[in-house]
Design a protein around this ligand. Structure first.
Ligand code: SAH
Length: 688
């Protein structure tokens, strides 16, 4: 069987659909899965084990047989815990076939073949009865179906069904309960991921301010959760406006309702400020007493407790529909509304109790302004970065002349507006999609620039002289930024677009950025290495079958691939100096032949070489560059600071070289990196 996979094509800037082996999908799923991360999550595993032991004893003490239902068994881990704890029988349900197969192997290997039955079905398809998948209903319900938002992976409908059809009334549940916590904060940094702030431009004739259309200011945005490693956000980046409060709890040992509902809590503002964001996380109690707790609380909540690193569960940032000024001591009502899979928040000032109660909960936020469809959260952050804007302004000012005909190629960029304010005679902007056209139109209207900047809804290769009013382009600009880019070098599409519009460029055209370079550095990750590292033995159970499966999937393609990660969330230290490995001259067209390089990089600090990080730098002019990766290496601990708006490419080495002393370091890592100019893909290989 074949499946279709969407992939960004950097030579066309479009998502293209490839026919792939059925296996491709499955290998991607396994290779990029969070199973390894979960198996490394010691805190989670330990607490599940404690909770399962306690539940099995409670059932045994009642003189009952312990029959376990483990929904979403994955590797079979929780069922093996239950069997070791003395459960009489376990039904281990797993919908994903390759995982169910792996679970069968792992269960056998650990000697639980007679105690655990792996059922490759979705739990809602499981039957109970003499000829059914399960002989009888279970009296212990074990699951781990939670995502960062708790309910995003469908835990509620799964529990609802299980209580109706698969478990006995009064069953034990591990976890027993989940509780969602919230805290109201003001945070310019986080708010900048959701709203476009006025952009200030120092023009020849004074300061200009680019404003957002009011439609954008009042737009509630999109409902998709913003999940981040909140532990990487310093406390100076937000102001706490309320205490941490419990928003709601779910008791998993009782029937669960998944139908849409809402919860409301009263808060008191502990400080005056602008309520913009609700920070949220949850904990799960593994037993009814609440003594075995696994919490996602960020560092400031329990300052003395060690924070367990994990990537499969993080924390949530919810943006309020609009910012709301609050006064210290003021009473506020916060409403969390949810459907089966997601949550959203609304804040109200406390009025009469009755009046507040009568309010209908808000509908799930839907973006009306389209900007939230065009720009994701990090793109909003990038456009709001005034430092970055200043660098473009400085460079544009250098290259623009009063007779400049300027063409911009980037998705939903403010560069055309900057170019206009900085004195270009004429500005055209190519917008690839209907959404980016529409957003740009609204923008120009809000700033009275409709007749100053011309939006061309065309692809660069289909641009005609008529589009450009028979003028030749004297300044071609791009950030470059394209919404389809996943890896840093995908924005090289700018180079392809520049090549496609060559016939429209004046002979002395200035291209900004004039060039780009690919940079690389060897790093040791504080934690991110876990997601690709074999686990071996987990809580005493041999899960090597899983390790092998992941390894096999990672090697499925001959050449391993780099993967995108926002490294501001994943601390690492540099083990080598950053090195420029390839350069791309945008003043010339894309060459026919591959651009390849080979070389070696010296390891200069001791540590564990987990992988290489790669990123792009754009050289706007000869003396101004913008890095989408490394910003600086701070002296203490060689800690790296990364561009907070971009994802960097991480290439994990298949073997980690550990070195306590510089003398036993491999002194160099050799690399071969090449851009296939036909496909726009960068292939790489490293040898330690
Ligand atoms: N229990 C394992 C794995 C948890 S990951 C552990 O704790 O380590 C969750 C797993 O549940 C995934 O493998 C997913 O495929 C599976 N899953 C999710 N919902 C399911 C459902 N309703 N029925 C069967 N499997 C489900």
């Amino acid at each position: 069987m074949k499946t279709f996979c969407g992939r960004a094509n950097p030579t066309t800037g479009a998502i293209e659909w490839f026919e792939e082996d059925e296996d491709y999908d499955y290998h991607q799923e396994i290779a990029r899965s969070r199973y390894a991360d979960m198996l490394h999550d010691k805190d989670r595993n330990m607490k599940y084990y404690q909770g399962i032991r306690a539940a099995v004893s409670r059932v045994r003490e009642r003189g009952e047989k312990a029959i376990v239902l483990d929904i979403g068994t994955g590797t079979g881990l929780l069922s093996m815990m239950a069997a070791s704890a003395g459960a009489d029988f376990c039904y281990a349900i797993e919908v994903f076939k390759p995982m169910a197969n792996a679970a069968v192997k792992i269960v056998e290997k650990n000697g639980f073949g007679d105690k655990i039955k792996v059922i490759n079905k979705h739990s809602t398809e499981v039957t109970v009865g003499p000829d059914g998948d399960m002989h009888c209903r279970a009296n212990i319900l074990v699951t781990e179906l939670f995502d960062t938002e708790l309910i995003g992976e469908g835990a509620l409908p799964t529990y609802e069904h299980a209580h109706k059809y698969l478990v006995q009334e009064g069953c034990e549940a591990v976890p027993h309960r989940a509780t969602v916590y919230v805290q109201l904060v003001e945070s310019k940094r986080m708010w900048s991921w959701n709203k476009l702030f006025p952009v200030h431009v120092e023009a020849e004739d004074g300061e200009k301010v680019i404003v957002s259309p009011s439609e954008m200011e009042n737009c509630p945005g999109v409902s998709s959760v913003c999940d981040i490693q909140l532990n990487q956000v310093p406390s100076s980046d937000f102001t706490v406006l309320s205490d941490v409060v419990t928003m709601f709890s779910v008791d998993f040992s009782k029937p669960v309702k998944s139908a849409s509902t809402y919860y409301r809590v009263q808060l008191e503002a502990v400080k005056s400020g602008k309520a913009q964001v609700v920070l949220s996380w949850w904990d799960i109690d593994m037993d009814p007493s609440g003594r075995i707790k696994c919490t996602m609380a960020p560092y400031w909540v329990n300052p003395t407790a060690a924070v367990q690193w994990r990537d499969h569960w993080m924390q949530c940032v919810y943006f309020l529909p609009t910012e709301e000024p609050v006064l210290q001591g003021e009473k506020l009502y916060l409403t969390a509304s949810r459907d089966e899979y997601s949550l959203w928040y609304k804040l109200q000032k406390a009025r009469g109790e009755e009046e507040t109660k009568a309010d209908v909960p808000v509908e799930c936020p839907v973006c009306r302004c389209q900007a939230h469809l065009l720009w994701n959260r990090s793109r909003f952050g990038e456009l709001n970065d005034q430092n970055r804007t200043r660098q473009y302004v400085r460079s544009l000012r250098k290259v623009l002349k009063t007779d400049s005909v300027c063409l911009c190629i980037s998705d939903g960029s403010l560069l055309p507006v900057l170019a206009h304010y900085l004195g270009a005679k004429q500005v055209f902007t190519v917008e690839n999609s209907a959404v980016s056209c529409s957003v740009m139109e609204k923008f120009l209207k809000a700033n009275n620039l409709e007749d100053k900047i011309k939006i061309l809804e065309a692809r660069p290769e289909s641009l005609t002289s008529a589009h450009l009013e028979d003028k030749k382009v004297s300044v071609l600009v791009g950030e470059p930024f394209f919404t389809t880019s996943l890896l840093p070098w995908h924005n090289l599409y700018f180079w392809y677009a520049r090549t496609a519009v060559s016939s429209h460029l004046a002979s002395n055209v200035t291209v900004l950025p004039q060039s780009a370079s690919l940079h690389m550095m060897i790093v040791e990750f504080q934690d991110l290495w876990r997601i690709r590292s074999p686990c071996g033995i987990c809580e005493g159970f041999d899960v090597q079958t899983m390790d092998e499966m992941i390894k096999n999937s990672l090697n499925f393609r001959e050449s391993k691939e780099a993967e995108p990660h926002p490294l501001w969330e994943y601390p690492c230290k540099s083990l080598s100096d950053p090195q420029e490995v390839l350069t791309f001259d945008f003043r010339e067209t894309v060459p026919e032949q591959c651009q390849s390089t080979e070389g070696s990089v010296n390891i200069i600090r001791k540590g564990r070489s987990h992988g290489a990080v790669l990123w792009m730098e754009y050289h706007l002019t000869a003396d101004t560059s913008i890095s989408t990766g490394l910003m600086k290496i701070s002296n203490e601990k060689e800690h790296c600071e990364w561009n907070p708006h971009c994802k960097q490419a991480v290439y994990f080495f298949s073997s980690v070289i550990e070195s306590e002393a510089l003398s036993d370091l491999p002194s160099t890592v050799t690399y071969a990196i090449s851009l296939d100019t036909k496909t726009g893909e960068i292939a790489m290989d490293f040898k330690l």
